[in-house]
Design a protein around this ligand. Sequence first.
Ligand SMILES: CC(C)(COP(=O)(O)OP(=O)(O)OC[C@H]1O[C@@H](n2cnc3c(N)ncnc32)[C@H](O)[C@@H]1OP(=O)(O)O)[C@@H](O)C(=O)NCCC(=O)NCCS
Length: 159
Amino acid sequence: MKSKQQEAREVRLREMRRADMPRIMALEQELFPEDAWTAEMFAAEFAQSASRRLYLVAEEGDTLIGYAGMMFTGGPQADVVTLAVDPGRWGLGTGTALLTALVDEAARRGCTEVLLEVREDNPRARRLYLRQGFTEVGIRRGYYQPSGVDAVVMRKALA
Ligand SMILES: CC(C)(COP(=O)(O)OP(=O)(O)OC[C@H]1O[C@@H](n2cnc3c(N)ncnc32)[C@H](O)[C@@H]1OP(=O)(O)O)[C@@H](O)C(=O)NCCC(=O)NCCS
């Protein structure tokens, strides 16, 4: 029998499609109970030109186990706007793989920095970003509503 880690090697990344939305909405509700994106918010992102965004999913076989998105504003900055992995698959490197793919694409598109906001009460995500070379550069007080939780702003400079 394969271990969880061996199975994880079969994870593939590809671009998000509209057909992924039901599964993504279910994970969104589960993972972000206070700040879940609506289907309309994802639709608005899809409506952006491909030069302004990149949305990826991670699949294990036919099962979508994670997703991540990045926004490009046309300048030197790229923003990670979402990152999520099925709780049953945490700790296997999927979040890191998704984040790395986004950051690599930002570098490929000529960006010089990647920024993101993360909830102050989310140590797991903050550790992942620190490990990937992000540093904490600021706090946005009460950024997440209605909870009022602060956002930590993190930045990674690209070579
Ligand atoms: C944050 C999140 C995306 C991380 O996803 P993940 O797939 O578990 O991330 P990784 O596996 O790459 O890394 C997380 C942990 O697993 C460990 N890990 C990484 N690869 C591993 C492997 N092959 N085997 C065992 N452990 C591994 C890492 O060391 C890390 O450990 P730590 O938490 O003690 O620092 C996920 O927990 C999640 O979806 N959380 C809820 C939504 C969220 O908070 N999103 C971020 C919003 S800003």
